[in-house]
Design a protein. Structure first.
Length: 568
């Protein structure tokens, strides 16, 4: 009897690909897994999950999973969707208490783990959850699937499945963001149209998989396109350079690996690659530069945090002219804005235009008035700043069992065409000469420039609004600074004063005047020609490292307390 899966768009796409083409490769072992084998393995794993559930219906049930990055992860995620259930990816790096919170909040029916994380799964459920939660173990797939057995796709009566990702919890306890199958499909199709994934693309995947970036951008979207995904996780800078360079080293053609054509990572990783590149020896030094050339690396994307201009410039120089593409997204909406594929559309500091299927607008945070397109400057010649609001099929439906948070983050549309999601991010729009002229119809008109989070990145000092991201960009252009975070610190005189937390580059600590330690006055002098006086930080704290989460983001509220004290 043929195995079956529901007729979801992702399964229809996988079934349409060449069965013997590579879907997943494990970088270290070199094991290949085909699209034909993937569909069969997903169907088998789905059957096992349904058996583990017993008589209980899986429709709409939350199924959490702890599985390492690789083919087993892909099979597990898709098999949960195949059960018409809601997949809840967990991070093995989270402490047991945080995982327990997610399981309790999502009211998970089942926790699926690989053998590697079985003991952690047992630890998480042992304090009260063992009576209400079913445990299941993932079958290890050691060889590439070559099955040609037919997998039948059946129509769904009620599409109750999807994925639920948890927010980082910077302002409150993490919230479950419900992304139904229709939303995951729309997000993937939007990226397929904008970034033009194809079956010839070969992605190097080094990202965590409990975030939207690693799961939709670098997993679901390439599966829709028939691309090959090569997993190299956890990130190791030397291993990444070795893999990128491998196809261009002088070895036998029969031993050569395929070129990496698609790389999407966070700015922190690009900085690590740039700083370590001079340590490579010849011929890997030359081979790695060839690997990054535009003729080989078709697309290199940076996201999840602001991209410093020096990083973008240094990468372009190293890669023989390849230009990093910036985009903007978040857990609740997937990717919402993006620069275009044409190099003229990758403007420094901009995240581009609304992606296909996405509606975006700017709303004045103080007056609540929509800033119309075409009014990128006010009567005083200033660029009005507003909150980015979004709607369309790529936007999540609700926070899990949190009606209050959901209602607070959406506002009804005046045109009756649906609700707008309030992102909490402030931006301006600007016409950029020479941009928006390519054949990508969605990349037209004024471009968006992110100013920062309304709550922490927009600093109000002496009646002026200051963008922390603008100042960070200038700080990171200074040769003395390798990392920077700009924050607002409470001030009786100014309301808030601008302060910088920085990490100095090795060897640059004594480049201040007279050979003294480089300090706040040196910073202020260096920024004098770059920023208006009220934007220049009044304080600077030098630290050994700035804490970041797995996607390279900084919790600035925690950083202010840690560095400047609770009163700040």
């Amino acid at each position: 009897m043929a195995s079956s899966l529901p007729r979801l768009a992702v399964f229809e796409a996988i079934a349409s690909h060449e069965p013997q083409s590579s879907a997943v490769i494990h970088c270290t072992s070199g094991r290949h897994f085909t699209y034909g084998g993937l569909l069969k393995d997903v169907a088998n794993a789905k059957d096992k999950l349904c058996q583990a559930a017993g008589d209980q219906s899986m429709d709409g049930q939350r199924v959490a999973f702890l599985v390492e990055n690789g083919y087993d992860y892909v099979v597990t995620l898709l098999s949960i969707l195949g059960c018409n259930s809601i997949a809840v990816p967990l991070s093995s790096g989270f402490p047991a208490s945080e995982l327990r919170y997610i399981l309790e909040n999502s009211e998970t029916l089942m926790l699926v783990s690989s053998t590697k994380f079985q003991s952690k799964a047992e630890e998480v459920v042992k304090e009260g959850l063992e009576k209400t939660l079913k445990l299941a173990t993932v079958q290890k797939h050691l060889a590439g699937g070559k099955s040609t057995d037919q997998v039948q796709l059946d129509n769904l009566k009620d599409d109750a499945g999807g994925m639920m990702l948890y927010t980082s919890g910077t302002t409150s306890r993490p919230k479950g963001v419900l992304l139904p199958n229709s939303v995951l499909t729309a997000q993937s199709q939007s990226l397929l149209q904008a970034w033009k994934y194809t079956g010839s693309d070969h992605l190097l995947h080094v990202l965590p998989l409990h975030h939207i970036h690693g799961t939709v951008n670098a997993l679901l979207a390439p599966l829709f396109a028939g691309s090959c995904i090569e997993f190299l996780f956890p990130f190791n800078v030397k291993a990444v350079w070795d893999r990128l360079a491998a196809p261009f080293l002088p070895t036998s053609d029969s031993l050569k690996k395929p070129s990496i054509t698609f790389l999407t990572v966070v700015p922190t990783i690009y900085n690590r690659l740039l700083s370590s590149h001079p340590e490579l020896k010849s011929p890997e030094l030359e081979a790695s530069r060839e690997a990054l050339s535009p003729s080989n690396l078709r697309l290199n994307i940076s996201g999840s945090a602001a991209l410093p201009t020096p990083t973008k410039s240094a990468w372009s120089e190293l890669s023989n002219g390849n230009v990093l593409l910036e985009r903007y997204g978040m857990t609740e909406v997937g990717m919402a804005l993006s620069c275009g594929l044409d190099y003229a559309d990758r403007v420094d500091g901009s995240v581009g235009w609304p992606l296909p299927f996405v509606e975006a607008r700017l709303v004045n945070s103080e007056t609540g008035a929509v800033i119309p397109l075409g009014e990128e400057k006010d009567s005083n010649g200033k660029e009005p700043e507003g909150e980015i609001q979004l709607r369309g099929p790529t936007v999540f439906k609700k926070y899990w069992r949190n009606e209050k948070a959901t209602s607070e983050e959406f506002v009804d549309g005046e045109d009756g065409k649906g609700r707008w999601f309030k992102t909490g991010d402030a931006a301006i729009r600007r016409e950029v000469e020479g941009a928006g002229q390519s054949d990508q119809d969605w990349a037209r008109g004024p471009m968006y420039f992110i100013r920062g989070r309304k709550s922490v990145d927009i600093i109000k000092s002496g009646g002026e609004k200051v963008s922390a991201l603008e100042i960070e960009r200038e700080l990171l252009s200074l040769p003395q600074i390798s990392e920077a975070a700009v924050v607002g610190v409470a001030s009786e005189q100014w309301g808030q004063k601008v302060a910088a937390v920085v990490v100095l580059r090795p060897g640059q600590a004594t480049t201040g005047r007279g050979g003294k330690t480089w300090g706040v006055m040196d910073m202020r002098r260096a920024l004098k020609e770059k920023l208006a006086n009220y934007k220049i930080p009044q304080e600077m704290k030098v630290v050994d490292a700035i804490p970041k989460n797995a996607m390279g983001k900084i919790n600035k509220k925690s950083l202010v307390k840690e560095v400047f004290g609770d009163d700040a």
